[in-house]
Design a protein. Sequence first.
Length: 449
Amino acid sequence: MKSIFVFLVFFIAFAAGKLELVIEFIRHGARGPSDSTWNPEKWGNGFDIHQLTEVGMRQTYILGREMRNRYIERENLLSKKYNNTELYVRSTSSSRALQSASSHLYGLYPLGTGLEIDQNYPLDIAVPPYQNLTLDIPNMGYDALPRKFQPIEIHSLDQEKDMLLNYANLCPTYQILKNQQEKKQLFQDLNVEFKETLEHMQEIFKTTDSSPWNITKVSRFVTNIYADIYKNNPLPEGLTSDIWRNMTVIKDLERQYVELGSDLQRKFMGTPLFKEIQKYFLDKINNPDSDLKYVFFSGHYLTLTPLMVGLNITNLECLINKFHGLPDDHLNCENGYPIYASQILIELHSRVMETGMKKHFVKVIYNGKEMNLCEKGKIECEFEEYNNRIQKEIIVNDFNKLCYDPGEFTMEKKENEATKEEKQQNGFLNKFSKFLSHADNGMRSSMFY
C-alpha cells in the first residue's frame, strides 16, 4: 500500500508540475479621446484627453481581483500579503498606464491586506514632525493605512529614456517602416476597397484636418469613437451601424498592416519585449530559488500587439480569412487590435519528467483564453523550443542599430523579401475582393475591440 501511495503522490506531482513565474502585460483601461477638439461638451473641455476614465479604473481593478483569485487564492504563487521581493511592477510614464497599474494592484492586494502596527507600539511617535496636526490620530487605530490599504511601488522611466516600453516613439525606424507600408500596393487597395466608407465619413465628420481620407485617418477617428462608447456617449449623428462596422474592421486591419505587416516590423517591434521576457525566464530557470514570482507591465496597445503577433495569437492573414468567412489553418486568430484592459499572461512552469529530469514549459493566456503554442494544437510549449523560435524568428541582436537605421538590415535581402511580401499580399487581395460582399457575416461588432 505504501508503494502505491508514493507512486500516486509522484504521479500527481508529475501531472500538475509547478508554476514558477508569471509575466503579465496589460493595455490601460478605457480612456478619453486623443483629440482635444473631440466632443468637448462631453469630455470636460480637454481635461479628459488621453486620461483614464472611471470605467478604465474599474476594468483594471476587476482584472487585478481576477489575478488575485488565480495566482494567490488558487495557485498559491504569491503571498496573501504583499511581499516586494515576489512582485515587480513597471509602467510607461503616461498617466493612464500608471493609473491602470495602480487600479490593477488595488485589485491584486485590496483593502484589508495591508500592514498593521504592533499593538504594543506607542502610536504617539508614529506621526510626522508636523506642528499642530488636526487629524484625529487615536481614531486611526493600529492600521498602517486606513482599512489596511496596501501601497505598491510602480517603476517607470521618462518617455525619452524608456527603451523597453516606449522604443517605438524613440526609434526613427518605427516611423520609416510605417511610411513604407503606406506606400505599398495593399495599403492603396484597402483604401479603394473602403472608398464608399471613406466618402461617408467625409460627409459625417466636418473636420479642419485637410489630410486625405484614408484608412489611417479612419483609424484615428475610431479611437475617439471608442472613447465615446465606453463613456456611454451617443454616436455621432449620421453614423449608421453599417458604416461603424466598416470603420472597426478598418481599424483592425490598418493597425496590423501598418504597424506589423512586414517581417522586419515584426522583428523590430518584438525584439525589446521578447528579450525582456527571455531575461526573466532564464534568470528563473538558472536561479529557481529566486523570490521573484510575478512581473507586471502596464502599457498601451503597442505593448500588446507585437507580443500577439510574435506568439501567434493573431496575424493579418487569419483576420482577412476570418472576415471573409474563409477556411484558415492558423491555430489562434484573436482580434488584431486589443481592446481596453486587454491582457497577456505568459507563464513559466516546471515539471519533473519520468526520467527524473526537470523541464520547463511556457503557457500563454490572452484575455482569459489559453493559446495554442509553437504551431501545435497544445496549450504549452517546451521552453527550449519556445526560446529557439523567438530567438530565430523575432529577436534582432543589434537592435540599437536597427532602431536608428533600418536600411542596413534590409539591403541584403531587399529584393527577395519584397518579392515574397508582394506574393503574400496578392494572395490577400484575391481574398479581399470578396470582402464587402461578406460584410454582414464577417464584420466584427464594436465590442470586439
